[in-house]
Design a protein around this ligand. Structure first.
Ligand code: XMP
Length: 521
């Protein structure tokens, strides 16, 4: 199996460390993020990075005990790029000086750097638009007041006289700003220059990944059996398709139909996997069980807990029928496995209990197969494409495990679910017709637990109100509402009210996240 060149990102707790990894993956460079606490001498030796990046971070290097890399990182003889806090760490460690925050040198937000000496390979492609400067994104209170011996200054900004510095002999580079964020428009070029200088071949492609992942899955599973909870979402679908390609009939998928799916969803998912992809899929029809236990329940957390518990019971019931299953496949992605640096130390507040099959493997004595653990969401999509999944399937909006239950605030009834399914289908149809589906992270209808008075024809109506939701987001962690035109909203409301019996009023939810969440419950 090919051993890819590896780049190590040492995480000092920046909010945007994942973006560094994204930029590198876009350059077909294999990289991993590890929190600084885990990066020991032994770890470095074992990881054998071809280059290292120090991320930003919220601490101050002037504070005793602040996060540092091991000294041996500087002795590996590989290029290092320090970003923001990472720059300050480098300067302090290598004999320079950092001063704690003073208002006149702090910079937050947009800034412009101008070159002092642009003959640095790292800056190739910079300062070419005639303005003689580049926009960058700064976010620092502390600043470097004296660069370390061996470093030269290559660019400055009003608040950062050492905005871009380098020690060419040791191939150490340090920048005060964040080249990974969108607001440093030419930042990707800087990463490209860095990895090229470090000698990366850019061999991390989806085609290569697919071959290697298949070989790994075969090695792990041998002639044993695997089961997979197929949700119809992109992650579990791609995981199932990949494992099927690796071990064929040794894989059985269980699709749990809890009666909380969208219009025609079960048929589409089961049809695609069973008929088109020839996977063995058990369609667990458990609508009665789920809807029965949810009857009369209106508290969101109680709903989530009931669904989570039943899901595990049902999955286990069907899995027990598959004789000799030793492995459970999961579509865990890289963002789920990155251990982030926690500075607060304390447990964070539970906003919603997400339902997944987390506790299952131990309970059932199964071993995990997680072939997507190294991938980001868009890489999973690219892999799905490689594996021949239809584009319409790969590009589907995320759908939560508890399904329509959390889009039906208050009590869930079959009547409300039917109305909701129809309204949602009209809404999505509108979005697709207007060519907006791919611009939106997620769009859905929530049926509200209120009836309102309306007039249709000459008659009075007393029907449900619904809320349309559509958000843009990169990872679901934060989100903004989608700015539909009034024409679109008006047309959609009219269609829903005309075509869906049971709804006579439509509202559009314009709450961002935070303070709202994407789902209503
Ligand atoms: P919220 O509502 O917390 O949702 O802003 C963020 C993203 O997560 C999805 N979501 C879930 N996904 N199980 C899932 O698999 C869950 O229990 C769950 N709850 C919310 C939600 O659709 C959005 O994409």
């Amino acid at each position: 199996m090919t051993q890819h060149d590896r780049l190590l990102i040492i995480d000092f707790g920046s909010q945007v460390t994942q973006l560094i990894a994204r930029r590198l993956r876009e350059l077909n460079v294999y990289c991993e993020i590890h929190p600084y606490q885990n990066v020991t001498d032994a770890f470095l030796k074992d990881f054998a990075p071809k280059a290292i990046i120090f991320s930003g971070g919220p601490d101050s290097v002037t504070r005793e005990g602040s996060p540092r890399p091991p000294q041996s990182a500087y002795e590996l003889g590989v290029p290092i790029l320090g970003i923001c806090y990472g720059q300050q760490v480098m300067m302090q460690d290598l004999g320079g000086k950092v001063d704690a925050g003073q208002s006149h040198t702090a910079e937050f937000g947009r800034a412009y750097v101008t070159p002092k000496d642009d003959r640095l390979d790292l800056l190739s492609g910079w300062f070419l638009d005639g303005s003689g400067r580049e926009q960058v994104w700064m976010s620092h209170g502390d600043h470097v007041s004296e660069i370390a011996p061996g470093f030269e200054v290559y660019a400055t900004s009003p608040g950062a006289p050492f905005a871009i510095t380098a020690d060419l002999a040791r191939r150490f580079y340090a920048v005060q700003f964040h080249p990974e964020v969108h607001h440093t428009p030419n930042g990707a070029t800087l990463y490209e220059n860095f990895v090229r200088e470090a000698g990366f071949k850019g061999d991390w492609t989806m085609g290569a990944y697919r071959e290697e992942a298949i070989a790994k899955i075969r090695e792990q599973i041998g002639d044993k059996k695997v089961i997979c909870a197929l949700s119809g979402g992109v992650d579990s679908s791609v995981a199932a398709a990949l494992i099927h390609e690796a071990v064929g009939d040794q894989l059985t998928c269980v699709f749990v139909d809890h009666g909380l799916l969208r219009l025609n969803e079960a048929e589409e998912v089961v049809g695609m996997f069973r008929d088109h992809m020839n996977l063995s899929v058990i369609h667990a029809q458990e609508q009665e069980l789920f809807l029965g236990e949810l009857e009369g329940v209106s508290d969101p957390e109680t709903k989530r807990k009931i669904i989570g518990r039943l899901f595990i019971d049902v999955f286990q019931k069907y899995a027990d029928r598959i004789e000799g299953a030793e492995f459970l496949a999961q579509g865990t992605l890289y963002p789920d496995v990155i251990e982030s640096v926690s500075f607060s130390g304390g447990p964070s507040v539970t906003i919603k209990s997400h339902h997944n099959v987390g506790g299952l493997p131990e309970k059932m004595g199964l071993k995990l197969v997680e072939p997507l653990r190294e991938l980001f969401k868009d890489e999973v999509r690219a892999l799905g494409h490689e594996l021949g999944l239809p584009a319409s399937f790969i590009g589907r909006h995320p759908f939560p495990g508890p399904g329509l239950a959390i889009r039906c605030p208050g009590e869930i009834t079959r009547e409300k679910l039917d109305i909701l399914r129809k309204a949602d289908a009209v809404y999505i149809d509108q979005i697709r017709k207007h060519g907006l589906y791919d611009e939106i992270w997620q769009a859905f209808v929530a049926i509200l637990p209120v009836r309102t008075v309306g007039v249709m024809g000459d008659g009075r109506t007393y029907d449900y109100a619904c809320a349309l939701r559509a958000v843009t987001s990169v990872d679901g962690m934060t989100a903004d509402y989608y700015p539909f035109t009034h024409e679109f909203l008006g047309e959609t409301a009219t269609r829903i009210i005309n075509e869906v019996k049971g709804i006579n009023r439509c509202t559009y939810d314009i709450t961002s996240k935070p303070p709202g969440t994407i789902e209503w419950e």
